[in-house]
Design a protein around this ligand. Structure first.
Ligand code: ADP
Length: 477
């Protein structure tokens, strides 16, 4: 494996997780081994100590019942029976003088332990020592004990068998540990790779997207785990970004188109007046048209700004408790002359009163837009009906119903989009921003507007506004 690839692996989360996994496993195994090792060695030592004490008791009994000579011959016998390389005995006086011992040729490195004898005399209790013999692997456990007045017994027992067992245990442990740590590292690597593979998929998709392919999605495993949740959330976010970008593209196309038309008109008029106009009257008329077009443009730009502010929640509503019934009546009165001009019957059915918390100017703007459209898109002889009702005293419902040209089913889902205008209604003046603004303002009040329509028969727009606003975050789009 090339060095560079190895280096890049070292930085991965999977590598670090594997290291942690193997490290924690190794440390906990070592702790377990140390505990077990301490337990085994102390068990063997206690067992040896008990054997030594048992023999010392036997010697003490023989000394008391049969005298020193019997003890000496018992020491010889015991040493021969136990094995010269296994046990040894020394009988000493309390000043450390040896007066009898078993065959000590194998044990000549073990001398008289003056410190142990002093300790024995001082504390008057058995003294144990573990002595390592130079150039020999095994150790020896030695007991110093008083078996009678002025008679000290030094008795030693080789710990070779125990050492061999412990060595074998150590070897088996080390081999098992190495194998287990390798296995744990492999398992850890496999698990870590599995866990982070989902994150890698998200990263790969993000990289592909930054390369320009916004329609890519992260595959969702279907396991329902955290990685799946991450992938789902990431995909949802991508979907939202894609929609937003498409909307922004469409909107900028629309803006470019709708701003271009009046500017082209103004330029055309100015050009014609410059080339053919001689009279001051012609220049005055050009100036008046330019002012009119500029007003239209300004109105359009202001409306666009207002929609954006309302949708993003930046627009500050001047809220107060107002009478919705009165507002509906006022808007009807205001637009009554326009309806009359177009030969329409405008009916208004409202409640006596309906207090509501909202921005009166903005709500008036919503109603004016709806009513203006109903009048605009209803041919002469038709009728427009505005009615105000309520649901459980919690919500005001305003419906604006007309018997006009209606909206084709294909257009209906789009009429609230900025600049959207149905083809069949293009003969009427308009910017395609009125309904977008109305809905944005309604949503800023935590209400909404919906529309139903039958082509050729008429449309109904329903505005819903809550009586009071529950404290919420910014309005959604
Ligand atoms: P506009 O300035 O064109 O009226 P709006 O945003 O108010 O813009 O409306 C968008 C489109 O929805 C209109 O162009 C029209 O095609 C359609 N529309 C709105 N209200 C009505 C209605 N009452 N009857 C028929 N069509 C309507």
């Amino acid at each position: 494996m090339p060095l560079k690839r190895l280096r890049s692996y070292r930085k991965t989360l999977a590598f670090r997780l594997t290291l942690w996994y193997a490290g924690v496993f190794a440390v906990s195994s070592c702790v377990a081994f140390l505990l077990f090792y301490t337990l085994i060695t102390s068990f063997f030592r206690d067992r040896t100590d008990q054997e030594l004490l048992g023999q010392a008791r036997e010697f003490s009994t023989v000394l008391a019942s049969r005298g020193l000579e019997a003890v000496k011959s018992l020491a010889m016998l015991e040493a021969q029976a136990g094995g010269v390389k296994k046990v040894f005995f020394r009988l000493l006086s309390s000043n450390g003088q040896v007066f009898s011992s078993s065959n000590m040729s194998y044990w000549q490195d073990i001398d008289i332990r003056d410190a142990a004898i002093k300790e024995l005399l001082r504390a008057n209790r058995s003294v144990f020592e573990t002595i390592a013999i130079p150039n020999r692997k095994d150790k020896v456990r030695v007991l110093h004990v008083m078996i009678g007045t002025g008679v000290v017994l030094q008795i030693g027992q080789s710990m070779e068998t125990d050492s061999r067992f412990i060595d074998a245990f150590k070897n088996i442990f080390v081999i098992t540990m190495v194998l287990l740590i390798a296995f744990a590292a492999g398992l850890g690597w496999f698990m870590a790779r599995r866990a982070v593979s989902g994150v890698e998929a998200v990263t790969r998709t993000a990289q592909e997207i930054s390369g320009g392919t916004l329609d890519k999605r992260v595959p969702v495993g279907g396991r329902g785990d955290e990685i799946d949740q991450l992938a789902t959330t990431f995909n949802q976010m991508l979907g939202r970004i894609q929609t937003l970008i498409t909307e922004i593209k469409e909107m900028s196309d629309n803006i470019a188109h709708d701003l271009k038309s009046p500017i082209t008109r103004m330029r055309g008029l100015a050009e014609v007046t410059l080339t053919t106009g001689n009279e001051i009257g012609e220049y005055k008329s050009m100036a008046a048209s330019t002012v009119e077009e500029c007003d239209r443009l300004l109105d359009m730009i202001n409306t666009m700004l207002m929609i954006t502010k309302a949708e993003s929640g930046v627009h500050q509503l001047d809220e107060k408790t107002m009478d919705m019934a009165r507002l509906v009546r006022d808007v009807c009165e205001l637009l009554e002359p326009m309806a009359e001009d177009r030969g329409l019957h405008l009916g208004c059915e409202t409640l006596e009163t309906f207090p509501l918390v909202g921005d009166p100017r903005m709500i008036q703007r919503i109603l004016s837009n709806l009513l203006d459209n109903a009048i605009k898109y209803t041919p002469s002889g038709g009728s427009v009906k505005v009615s105000l009702s309520e649901i459980d005293g919690r919500e005001a419902i305003v419906t604006v119903q007309d018997t006009g040209m209606g909206i084709p089913p294909d257009d209906l889902p789009h009429i609230f989009e900025r600049f959207y205008r149905c083809d069949h209604s293009r003969s009427e003046p308009g910017t395609g921003l009125g309904l977008s603004l109305a809905r944005a303002l309604a949503r800023a009040h935590h209400g909404d507007i919906t529309a139903t329509s039958t082509l050729g028969q008429g449309s109904t727009f329903t505005l819903t506004l809550p009586k009071t606003r529950a404290p919420q975050a910014t309005a959604s789009t």
